[in-house]
Design a protein around this ligand. Structure first.
Ligand SMILES: [Zn+2]
Length: 374
């Protein structure tokens, strides 16, 4: 059995399409990973997540370590068995969420001590503890523990943070390797930092490549810098990372973000947007986002998206979805989430086919014409 392999089938400009092969299954790239924060992709049964076209989902270390706890998940047979998903799972390191959600953080070279946002209990997250938690969860793709500073800070602050993240990456690699059986079937990804600075990004990429990882993430983007600044960074950041390894842009994004990032050489994505938006009444379509709560849908008997083959669009009208969301019915969140996940997977499938056939530029142009047509 192959622990981890990445085969690139075709390239078109900087865009690539391929397959990541792991013991629990193949991951077609460019890939979108639905976010399963607390061992659930909110409002979705796992069989329906799979039916949408997802090859892999993401789990959040920070949430799972606090509730139900990594040791408990391990006693219950691991995250796959616990949540009913037998394909690959990528877990984040907890580094990003400990910065954004917890209270009373103290960051030292050792790691981050913090108070839980749930009950105020004190915890330590370090490279070693993060690797241990991700091993207890049974993660297939483990992420290095890093610090993600705000992008608007002075260069020397960003540089010092990046350099500590690179020392943490080496400690993560050593702790992962010590994980015996788990290290023989899981993969470890490093995370490039350096905010919007080309030189710092290069130094980070070189430090990570020197340690050696199965794949490389681009961290520290989609943190409020805006699409223009993100794309400007993606004009150089992916090419600084090894060409024969998957490149994962963390926490991105809107459909047009995904197209622009694939265009710049990114292979993997995760984002809460399709699921969170589905609960809030926003549906993504080939003609742009739709607010289903808007009164103009109240008597619209058509589907949310004419081109979408998902269970929601096949069976239910905009008028019914509008009614469910206006009434606060939980089925409204379920049906719109399911559509959004299908839409994201159809977008990825469309990009994969276009790259394979050497027509990605035309695909991207058609997508933007329809998506932004108003
Ligand atoms: Zn649909």
């Amino acid at each position: 059995m192959t622990r981890f392999a990445f085969d690139i089938h075709a390239t078109d400009g900087k865009a690539r399409t391929g397959t990541i092969r792991m013991m629990r299954g193949d991951i077609r790239t460019p890939a979108f990973m639905p976010v399963g924060t607390a061992a659930t992709v909110k409002a979705m049964k796992m069989e329906d997540v799979h039916a949408s076209g997802a090859d892999i989902i993401l789990g959040n270390t920070y949430h799972l370590m606090l509730r139900p706890g990594a040791e408990r998940v391990a006693r219950l047979g691991g995250l796959h068995k616990f949540g009913g998903w037998d394909r690959p799972i990528l877990t984040d390191s907890g580094g990003y969420q400990v910065m954004s959600l917890s209270d009373l953080r103290k960051i030292t070279e050792e790691g981050v001590t913090f108070a839980s946002h749930l009950d105020g209990s004190r915890h330590l997250l370090s490279p070693e503890r993060s690797m241990e938690i991700q091993r207890l969860l049974g993660s297939d793709i483990v992420m290095c523990f890093d610090e993600c500073p705000r992008a608007d800070q002075p260069r020397d602050v960003i540089a010092k943070s990046m350099e500590m993240s690179m020392r943490w990456a080496r400690r993560s690699r050593e702790a992962f390797n010590a994980g015996a059986e788990h290290a023989e079937r899981a993969a470890l990804f490093g995370i490039q930092q350096g905010a919007l600075d080309e030189g710092l990004r290069k130094a980070s990429a070189d430090a990570l490549t020197d340690i050696g990882f199965d794949g490389y993430a681009i961290g520290g983007l989609a943190v409020g810098e805006g699409q223009e600044a993100m794309f400007a960074t993606l004009d150089f950041a992916p090419q600084q990372l090894p060409a024969d390894r998957p490149r994962y842009l963390m926490g991105v994004g809107k459909p047009d973000d995904l197209v622009g990032a694939v265009e710049r050489g990114v292979d993997m994505f995760d984002c809460v947007l399709p699921t969170r938006s589905g609960r809030n009444g926003q549906g993504f379509t080939w003609n742009g986002p739709v607010n289903i709560r808007n009164a103009r849908h109240a008597e619209d008997t058509g589907p949310l998206d004419e081109r979408c083959p998902c269970p929601t669009c096949t069976k239910y009208s905009r008028a019914y979805l509008h009614h469910l969301h206006k009434s606060g019915e939980m089925l409204g969140a379920m049906l719109l989430t399911e559509h959004n996940l299908w839409f994201y997977q159809q977008l990825m499938a469309g990009m994969r086919a276009a790259i394979a056939e050497g027509r990605f530029a035309a695909f991207a142009a058609d997508f933007r014409r329809d998506y932004f047509a108003r």
